[in-house]
Design a protein around this ligand. Structure first.
Ligand SMILES: Cc1ncc(COP(=O)(O)O)c(C=O)c1O
Length: 429
């Protein structure tokens, strides 16, 4: 095979991958209709298009109620407020996730407690969850990460035993299902992000789904400045904020939801071909299949880089793969307690008390984040088999040229983990 692109060889792929996000004439018409209506905002609440979209979104995921909000972070914050999280309550979150999962807990007055993840699913390690439960624990906040689900059966029974609420962070799994149950419908509430890189997007946005009317009423009040809801069965009055989504965003989301099923099927087909091909490539380990997932949703396709006899780092492997024309990432997420975007101390968040996140250690999350995981964004899987074969050719080229890559990098001092700068991530996806 030819010289690595990182060393000046020809890249495997020069053609662009499918564009993201996707829109068509109908989307333009729906947005224009909202513009012409002069009814652009989130008020009256829920507004017409946003209300219909949220209802359809909830129905598709098997929940009774849906509420569209400004983004995924406030979706989580509102969901936590809606279970009556109180100042200082602990919420168990996975260490390996986007910082916003844990930040939402802080914003709601809670204390995020980080628990390690499993290397085969990237999701919460349920064996460690029970050990992390204390008398102050109020909720579990599993994240269905990248292309897998947390074990909702095991989490459900832990929650039942300890009287905890469960909030699903579904920012990566729009349309996915686990054992026949839609994402977000298994816990008390499910929260989705509609930010640009997600499987559905309006540029920004979020959705909360639930089948509990008491939670739904509270979530609406917290989103709409504390106002009473149309049903107001429970009559709770709260101090709320304005977290409403706009009608302009909702107009885009109607088409996004309409395309979701077909796009998820396409990505699942591509992922199956990719997994079969990766199994044959040395130094690469795809995640094992999980038959409990009955409808796949692949936000990023993640595989593990596990070189047997090479010291070439994952970061260098990713740089070489990227140079071959395959957009990809290694440090997509860091363990949140190590992230530059999570400088949480008791000074800003007094509920943390004496908690010192610098003492936290989650070895699996750290290994995945810094040494093994390779993230390929979802839109690469929206094309045809030829696209997948190019990804495979590029992965094979780099994975079988580690000696060449290693000697090219020799002389460049590699930093130990402690020496690495804490950088803010600026990648879009
Ligand atoms: C796992 C996870 N949780 C929460 C969020 C927060 O969503 P948003 O960016 O819409 O606020 C994101 C989005 O980046 C995410 O990936």
């Amino acid at each position: 095979m030819s010289t690595l692109a990182l060393r000046g060889g020809a890249p495997v792929r020069r053609a662009p991958f499918p564009v993201w996000p996707v829109y068509d004439e109908d989307d333009l018409k729906r947005v224009c209709a909202v513009v012409e209506s002069r009814n652009w905002g989130g008020f009256p609440f829920p507004n017409r298009v946003a209300g219909e979209f949220a209802r359809d979104f909830a129905y598709y995921h098997g929940a009774a109620y849906g509420l569209a909000v400004a983004n995924g972070t406030v979706a989580l914050q509102v969901a936590l407020q809606s279970i009556d999280l109180r100042f200082g309550d602990e919420v168990i979150v996975p260490a390996y996730t986007w910082d916003g999962t844990a930040a939402a807990v802080l914003f709601a007055g809670g204390v995020p407690v980080f628990v390690d993840v499993r290397e085969d699913t990237l999701c919460l390690d349920v064996e460690r969850v029970e050990a992390a439960v204390t008398p102050r624990t109020r909720a579990l906040l599993p994240v269905h990460l990248a292309m897998r689900f947390a074990d909702m059966d095991a989490l459900g029974s832990i929650a039942q035993r300890h009287h905890l609420a469960v909030i699903e962070d579904c920012a990566h799994v729009h349309g996915g299902a686990w054992k026949g149950h839609g994402a977000g419908s298994m816990g008390d509430l499910g929260c989705f992000s509609l930010q640009s890189s997600k499987l559905m997007t309006a540029g920004e946005g979020g959705v909360i789904i639930t089948s509990r009317l008491d939670r739904f009423e509270l979530a609406q009040s917290y989103t709409n400045c504390g106002r009473a809801t149309a049903t107001d069965r429970f009559g709770r009055r709260v101090v709320g904020s304005n977290f409403r989504i706009t009608e302009l965003q909702a107009a885009l989301l109607v088409g996004q939801l309409g395309r979701l099923h077909r796009q998820n099927e396409r990505r699942a087909r591509s992922a199956a071909r990719l997994t079969a091909g990766l199994r044959r490539i040395p130094n690469i380990e795809p995640l094992p299949p999980d038959p409990r997932i009955t409808r796949e949703a692949i936000y990023n396709y993640v595989f593990r880089y596990r070189p047997e006899h090479s010291t070439v780092s994952r970061d260098l492997f990713v740089a070489a793969l990227d140079a071959e024309g395959i957009p990809c990432d290694g440090r997509f997420y860091e363990p949140v307690y190590k992230s530059a975007l999570f400088p949480a101390t008791p000074r800003e968040f007094p509920q943390l008390g004496t908690l010192d996140y610098s003492q936290v250690q989650c070895p699996v999350a750290e290994r995945l984040a810094y040494e093994e995981s390779v993230w390929i964004p979802q839109f690469l899987l929206l094309g045809d088999a030829g696209d997948v074969d190019d990804i495979l050719t590029a992965v094979e080229k780099v994975a079988t040229h580690l000696d060449e890559l290693g000697s090219a990098a020799a002389g460049v001092k590699s930093l130990s983990r402690a020496e690495r700068p804490r950088v803010e991530k600026d990648r879009q996806y």
